[in-house]
Ligand binder design. Structure first.
Ligand SMILES: Cc1cc2nc3c(=O)[nH]c(=O)nc-3n(C[C@H](O)[C@H](O)[C@H](O)COP(=O)(O)O)c2cc1C
Length: 370
């Protein structure tokens, strides 16, 4: 029973042929030096071009925005060239691809920062999490992150310009659109959530102030590429990287109402059943109510992700919980996921030991169904 998943839908200027999207998945396999997409990365995305829409792995908008080893960027000309092979391959295979733009904020390490500086954040508050760094032998290891430095108000203007340049570069690289990553405890989410933002300027305190940076980024990116090519990803009530907000209904309600100002391609919400890459057994029970609230408030296309399987995805669409379902781990392990869902075929299981870093193993060698 997949009749809802296989209906077409308009997203911005595009018509998706069905509702099974590929969620953004960091794989830490960019070419070195320079954090550039390679032919192997292009092959990985080409294999998954039957997605209704591919959202790329999170891609840093600047060196300052990087927090994990071997993630790709979109701030240098070489990176634009690297991404061009990806978009070309996906388009030749009939797919559509949006690039997820990323600034990690405090979830970083001096080894990634210009001049080995401290990572930046709304406030100098520690992160209860780890990031993936390179050790002295060149291996990827999970390492602690230091307490970040609070951004000066004047520096925020530059970050907005970095998003603008990244969006421009993404289109130059042949991307069909942009997804702004405003979830999972990274920079924009750190500004949004009250427990990571203690600022006393125009970017902290009230809900309006905490939402300001996201809205200014949306404005700049929409101005650059057209609002109809821009999606926004949020994780209301997400707990990854220590996030928490005192009044999530008000905070995310305000954001979603404000986002209605633009004719955006879509809004993408991550369900809190998953924290980072693992199942959350203790998610906030208010989530169901909040997704209902945001579904009603949001005037455009709604995508959701987080723990879906073919059956629960079909039910979610049938119940009008959302319009599109994004699959993360199932797409990672099943390059031909839409066909498998449509035909009721068995799914390959994903192997967490090859999620981050490494070569083609656990990357381009998951088989399509015969
Ligand atoms: C290996 C891995 C990498 C991820 N990288 C990203 C990312 O770059 N950006 C993002 O917004 N979410 C990222 N996520 C979260 C997924 O997009 C998705 O929300 C999550 O896996 C839950 O969906 P699933 O149950 O279908 O896997 C990642 C998840 C996994 C497993």
């Amino acid at each position: 029973m997949t009749q809802h998943l296989f209906q077409p839908i308009a997203v911005g200027p595009y018509t998706l042929t069905h509702r099974v999207a590929m969620a953004p998945l960091t794989r830490s396999r960019a070419g070195q030096p320079g954090d550039l997409p390679t032919a192997l990365n292009a092959e990985y995305y080409r294999q998954r071009a039957s997605a209704a829409l591919i959202i790329t792995e999170a891609t840093q908008i600047s060196r300052q925005g990087q927090g994990y080893a071997w993630t790709p960027g979109i701030y240098s000309d070489e990176q634009v060239q690297g991404w061009r092979q990806v978009s070309t391959q996906v388009h030749e295979a009939g797919g559509l691809i949006f690039m997820q733009l990323w600034h990690v904020g405090r979830v970083s390490h001096p080894s990634f920062q210009p001049d080995n500086a401290l990572p930046v954040a709304p406030s100098a508050l520690p992160v209860p999490g780890k990031t993936f760094i390179v050790d002295d032998d060149g291996n990827g290891v999970w390492g602690d992150v230091p307490v970040p430095r609070a951004l000066e108000t004047a520096e925020i203007v530059q970050i907005i310009e970095d998003y603008r340049r990244a969006a421009r570069n993404a289109l130059k690289a042949g991307m069909d659109g942009i997804e702004i990553h405003a979830g999972n405890g990274y920079l924009l989410d750190q500004f949004i959530n009250s427990n990571s933002n203690q600022r006393e300027d125009a970017y902290g305190g009230s809900v309006e102030n905490r939402a300001r940076l996201l809205l200014q980024v949306v404005e700049a990116v929409a101005d650059e590429v057209g609002a109809e090519r821009v999606g926004v990803r949020l994780t209301p009530m997400g707990r990854f990287m220590g996030m928490g907000d005192a009044t999530p209904e008000a905070t995310f309600g305000h954001i979603v109402s404000a986002l209605n100002r633009w004719p955006l391609a879509y809004l993408h919400l991550v369900e809190p059943a998953v924290v980072g890459t693992v199942k959350d057994e203790h998610f906030d029970p208010r989530w169901d109510a909040i997704i209902g609230q945001l579904r009603t408030q949001w005037k455009g296309v709604l995508m959701v992700a987080g723990g879906y399987d073919p059956k629960t995805a079909e039910h979610a669409l049938a119940a009008n919980r959302a319009d599109i379902i994004a699959f993360g781990r199932p797409f990672l392990a099943n390059p031909d996921l839409p066909r498998r869902i449509r035909e009721g075929l068995a799914l390959n299981a994903s192997d967490p030991s090859t999620f981050f870093g490494g070569d083609q193993r656990g990357y381009t060698d998951y088989p399509a169904h015969p």
